[in-house]
Design a protein around this ligand. Structure first.
Ligand code: SME
Length: 166
């Protein structure tokens, strides 16, 4: 199958989001779509939950790739925690030279994490790992942020439907 160009991919992601599926189903579909790119070796969502202590924590959601030992990540830990706590996309060209990095696979060389916003707050994030050094350029960042934004909008839309009882 030819690799999709990013315009087609962006259009596909938008079409998926418009199909009014649940946020969970949308996240699964986005993971499937993005993981078709051979340089995206691990693609997954982490969503923020509140522990009984009241501390927010990132909990692994839909993903594709090797199983990760990091199924729960504190907001002060890892590249994932950095993106969630700063509310900004984090791109790391060489994970082995970043002291924040929590290893998922020894093959991972670079990583991008884009926060998901809903209701003005960070509610989760999209994390993509690559076995290639510096795999994530401006186009990859645009796609990753688009996917994160679509999930945020879906969460907002479903929350307002729930409030209206529809
Ligand atoms: N590398 C991430 C942890 C998640 S795994 O890559 C899937 C981090 O440093 O937060």
């Amino acid at each position: 199958m030819p690799i999709m160009n990013s315009e087609n991919l962006a259009a596909d992601l938008k079409a998926l989001a418009e199909s009014e599926i649940s946020p969970q189903t949308l996240m699964k579909a986005i993971v499937t779509k993005l993981s078709a790119n051979p340089k995206y070796n691990w693609v997954g969502f982490y969503m923020i939950e509140n522990e009984t202590s009241g501390e927010p924590i990132l909990v692994l959601g839909p993903y594709s790739g090797a199983p990760t030992p990091h199924t729960r990540i504190a907001l002060g830990q890892g590249i994932c925690g950095a993106a969630a706590s700063s509310g900004e996309t984090v791109v790391v060209d060489d994970v082995n030279s970043d002291p924040r990095y929590l290893a998922c696979s020894i093959e991972t060389r670079s990583e991008i994490v884009a926060p998901v916003y809903a209701g003005g707050r960070v509610v989760g994030e999209l994390d993509i790992d690559s076995h290639s050094h510096a795999a994530f350029g401006a186009e990859d960042q645009r796609i990753c942020e688009l996917a994160a934004r679509l999930v945020g909008k879906s969460i907002e839309a479903h929350a307002s439907k729930d409030r209206q009882g529809t």
